[in-house]
Write a protein that binds this ligand. Structure first.
Ligand SMILES: Cc1cc2nc3c(=O)[nH]c(=O)nc-3n(C[C@H](O)[C@H](O)[C@H](O)COP(=O)(O)OP(=O)(O)OC[C@H]3O[C@@H](n4cnc5c(N)ncnc54)[C@H](O)[C@@H]3O)c2cc1C
Length: 471
């Protein structure tokens, strides 16, 4: 393998131009011609021929079977070959996608339609699976302890546990589960929030909050406000209000799209409040207090409250397992700092511990598409390490995000990220791979229109991304 040849980069840029946002998920696949990706049929099920790398006797434990973890497990086997034993640890029998989960709130999707089994990872690629949670890491012994008391040794450990949510605004985890769901991890809270919205009447108020960035899925909260507003005015009448209390000073993604949506498409329904702070929520009464950007204290009586609390890497709070291992060396101790060439922790360089997805701080958005891309860069780096090579010195990743604005229209946002060796970060690249244009940083590309065509493309993109991640 030639680790100086950024094949992934060339594919990413070419595909992004050719395909827009529709099929970006597969853009770094395959890397450097490593997998022969032959498909052979055996007894009705498909078996993928793994790469013949000559690697033997290596064990990788992947913790977290979400967007990042499933992709990492799959590609470690595909590119590493049969001599790389991969064990995927996750307590949940199925993965529930957060992506598209805002469409449950207007009744156009069900939570069941967002659930993905991990069986193909085992039947096609030979990934071993363990139904348990990680509870402790012994970095010196290269061993993890799981919730069932078992221990697994590893040569490399990949952590992709996603995020946990703070007790915030006077609320507890029990409040989130029973009265004021955040639904920022799809599952039972998504169903509860849907039920609460469906029970609203014309004239009722829905209040949601947005935490300070960085948070999971930058456009996601604004998308949610649009879909709830669209549903309420269609199903309940013209007098409902959606109040968006944003702790940030401005819309964090797809500004043009959401300004159009708030000021035109959903004008008179959405009340967007940037720079809100001092938020307090009474879960029993639905009374929400906050201080606005002018310093005035405001009170709202809400029928439904949907706080999106500040979040952090799972295990990074208090004496959680990530904190005990000292891996939460990112801002405020909330996130894991990583080397962008390999996703190895910068807290314990050389430890063979890698952190991916929303749990890591990377300079790229906390997004499922990005998690998929990070996982491939990490899997590639680990396989190269097993072969005695350094990581690809010029990784490229891409991101795509579709945002439904009504039940039948959507916008999109896309970017290509390129490694900048000067400050060792991933940066948005423009055409030709430049990270600046006339001295200014390159920016993500946003759809010029909100359209039904985009909504159709969104379905294709989601299917492609999930097939690449879990299929
Ligand atoms: C409403 C909403 C809409 C979104 N829309 C988009 C979108 O359009 N496009 C996009 O790209 N992204 C979107 N996202 C963001 C995307 O869902 C996340 O960025 C992505 O899921 C992050 O992947 P991850 O693997 O880091 O975490 P997750 O996908 O959350 O997976 C984490 C996994 O780790 C497991 N786990 C947790 N703790 C442990 C433990 N101790 N031991 C073992 N396993 C553990 C969990 O069970 C889970 O399966 C959206 C998010 C939301 C909330």
């Amino acid at each position: 393998m030639d680790n100086k040849q950024p094949v992934a980069a060339a594919l990413s840029r070419r595909q992004i131009v050719a395909l827009g946002a529709a099929t970006l998920a597969a853009s770094t696949w395959p890397l450097a011609g490593r997998a022969d990706d032959k498909k052979t049929s055996s007894s009705g099920s498909t078996t993928i021929a793994l790469a013949n790398t000559g690697i033997t006797g290596k064990r990788v434990v992947v913790v977290g079977g979400g967007m990042a973890g499933m992709t990492a497990a799959k590609y470690l086997r595909l590119w590493g070959g049969p001599g790389v034993q991969v064990t995927l640890v996750d307590p949940d029998a199925v993965y529930t996608s957060n992506i598209m989960s805002n469409l449950v709130l207007n009744g156009s999707r069900t939570v069941a339609s967002l659930q993905f089994k991990r069986d193909a990872l085992t039947s096609r690629y030979g990934v071993l699976r363990k139904a348990a949670s990680l509870v402790a890491i012994d970095a010196a012994a290269h061993e993890v302890t799981l919730s069932d008391g078992s221990r697994l040794g590893y040569d490399r450990l990949v952590l992709a546990p996603g995020v946990s949510f703070d007790d915030a605004y006077g609320l507890t985890q029990t409040d989130y589960d029973t009265r004021t769901p955040h639904a920022w991890r799809a599952g039972p809270q998504t169903t509860l929030l849907r039920q609460r919205i469906a029970a609203m009447s014309n004239g009722d108020t829905f209040v949601m909050t947005i935490p300070k960035a960085p948070y999971r899925c930058p456009p996601g909260p604004y998308e949610r406000a649009c879909l709830v507003a669209d549903y309420l005015k269609t199903a309940k009448g013209p007098n409902c209000r959606v109040v968006v209390l944003d702790e940030n000073l401005a819309i964090q993604a797809e500004r043009h799209t959401f300004e159009t949506a708030f000021n035109q498409i959903h004008a008179g329904v959405i009340d967007y409040v940037p720079g809100a702070f001092g938020i307090e929520i009474d879960a029993a009464s639905g009374v929400v207090r906050y201080v606005d950007a002018l310093g005035l204290t405001r009170t709202i009586a809400a029928r439904v409250v949907n706080p999106i609390p500040p979040h952090r890497a799972v295990g990074s709070a208090g004496d959680g397992w990530m904190a005990r291992a000292g891996l939460n060396n990112g801002p405020d101790g909330r996130w894991a700092g990583v080397d962008m060439l390999s996703y190895e922790t910068t807290a314990l360089p050389g430890s063979g511990i890698h952190v991916l997805g929303d749990a890591a701080v990377t300079g790229m958005p906390k997004a499922g598409h990005v998690a998929n891309q990070e996982a491939k860069i990490c899997a590639d780096a680990i396989v190269r390490a097993f072969l005695g090579q350094g990581p690809d010195p010029a990784p490229v990743a891409n991101s795509a995000c579709y945002s439904p604005v009504t039940a039948g229209t959507a916008s999109w946002l896309t970017a290509v990220y390129q490694y900048d060796p000067l400050d060792r970060r991933m940066k948005i690249a423009a055409g030709g791979g430049r990270t600046t244009i006339n001295g200014a940083p390159a920016t993500a590309t946003e759809s010029a229109v909100i359209s039904s065509g985009n909504f159709q493309d969104m379905g294709v993109w989601f299917k492609t991304l999930m097939a690449d991640t879990a299929g």
